[in-house]
Design a protein. Structure first.
Length: 256
């Protein structure tokens, strides 16, 4: 099973090397690593180019934002499975892809997801948040559930058949895509009960009440665009579920 990993980056010289090393150090060998750069000016391009042919595909050109860059990477991908890893983030250990592929093969699933840790931006040993996605049950999206986006690996045929990220969704594009794949089109899911991704803090959707309200409106739009009917409380359960992520202690984990 060939796996395409896509990293999008713009002026990410500070952390992109950690991201790249976490992909290239994976024990699974059939990986196509694609990096899509938004025409960086801070030395990012030189760092990526220093890896030579270990990076399967590399493009550096202006884009329309994060999800446009992700779509470019998906268009370039030739793997059976596609995973996304942002330039600030890294895999928790060197067997993440190996374990993910084994989960696909064992369960014959359309998509596999796991758990994520959020850590301090400069000191990655300081844990901020533990996103335990948990086991999926039918209609879980109605109750505010969603898996961590970067822990989500999907078969490439799903992107080809059901579409890529919607650029009009802004910060909720990842939520809309997973809602579409999982809730609308009933993708067969498998859960990796382990932390797969370590993310440096810095997301925008929950950084203020104003942004949270905007995200709430975008979540509603995601359901409308897909012709889906939520419960009245669906959109408030989603942020409320995140409270537990700040108070739940993760399993014993040694962050590199």
């Amino acid at each position: 099973m060939k796996v395409s990993i896509i990293t999008v980056v713009f002026n990410g010289a500070e952390f992109v090397r950690d991201c790249i090393e976490s992909v290239l150090s994976q024990t699974y060998t059939d990986i196509e690593y694609i990096i899509v750069d938004g025409k960086s000016t801070d030395g990012t391009v030189a760092i990526v180019q220093s890896y030579g042919t270990r990076i399967a595909r590399f493009i550096s050109e202006p884009d329309k934002g994060l999800y446009d860059a992700m779509n470019k990477g998906i268009h370039l991908a030739t793997g059976d499975v596609i995973g996304l890893l942002n330039a600030d983030d890294f895999y928790r250990h060197d067997r993440v892809i190996e374990n993910m592929v084994a989960t696909f093969e064992r369960t014959d699933s359309d998509a596999v997801y796991g758990d994520m840790l959020y850590v301090d931006r400069t000191d990655t040993k300081k844990l901020k948040r533990y996103w335990r996605s948990g086991w999926y049950s039918e209609n879980a999206f109605l109750w505010g559930w969603m898996p961590g986006h970067l822990s989500f690996f999907a078969k490439r045929w799903m992107y080809l058949q059901y579409g890529l990220f919607r650029l009009d969704m802004k910060s909720a594009a990842d939520y809309e895509l997973m809602l579409r794949f999982i809730h609308k089109h009933k993708a067969k899911l498998a859960y990796m009960d382990e932390v797969t991704i370590v993310m440096r803090v810095g997301g925008i959707s929950n950084s203020s009440l104003q942004n949270r309200l905007r995200a709430n409106r975008e979540d509603q739009l995601a359901w409308q665009l897909n012709g889906l009917k939520p419960y009245m409380f669906t959109f408030w359960l989603k942020p409320l579920r995140k409270i537990k992520q700040y108070i739940t202690k993760p399993p014993e984990i040694h962050i590199k």
